[in-house]
Design a protein around this ligand. Sequence first.
Ligand code: ZN
Length: 298
Amino acid sequence: MSTHPVSYLPYPVIFFGGTAALVAGVSQGLPYWHVGPPILLLAALLVLALERVFPHAEVWRRDHDGDTLTDVFHVTGNLALSHVSLLLYTLAMELTGGALSWWPRDWPFWAQFLVGTVLLDLGLYGIHRASHHVPALWRLHAIHHSPRRVYWLNGQRRHLLHEALEGAPGLLVMGLLGAPPTVVACALAAVTLHLMFQHGNIAYRAGVLRHVFAVAELHRWHHQRLYADVQGNYGAILSVWDRLFGTALPQKGEAPLDVGMDDEPTLPTDYLGQLAWPFRGRRGARGGIGASPSGQDA
Ligand SMILES: [Zn+2]
């Protein structure tokens, strides 16, 4: 693990630089669709390049059991769902005709963006935490814990139904408050960008930013192999939720490179198999210090 000063640059430059450019562009009146996708694409290319030249773990650079193709399907499906959600949100706002008007629309756009992103992120934290305790939700979420490496595409390795459930609280609250679709779009883009870094196999360091943001050096502990060891570090963008609600995982040094989910050995490796797995009748495995929720529920 490098601690060269350069290793402190990628995260703030790409994540904060990317979100700042996005917010600035939309604030200037540019349509989100003209700014958001190009910035996300550029960020993805930079993250991909950094994984090639500046990896955290060499062993995570290579494909594991065809996981790259599986994750490409997850990325495609989840981003499509995210954009459909955004279109439906926009339609709902137009149909209500501004009847819902508690949102602080007179605030600067960047401030609205921060409020929207915090609301969305709190919802993600809540559903993620619940998914480790409610058996039906764990079945959907366990897929995220299945890969044998942690790299940038893992952020999108989520069941389509779980993707919808995770975003629902934040979108519902913003919808009831009357948040403009552009705020929602930018908040969703910020989550997408952060997930690349949270899972990125990049030897970057976050320094003091890790006390506020759920960066890779924290989230890698959430991918340990035993269910009992991953009950914490639930934050997507902010790590403050884990500190505030007492769910920060104990950690010393670097997280183990041997990752996966030993307590769910029947998880398929292919995309369609993973979509079907939560609904198949099967007996969940038990193991570790405690049983997994699916094991308890089986
Ligand atoms: Zn989890």
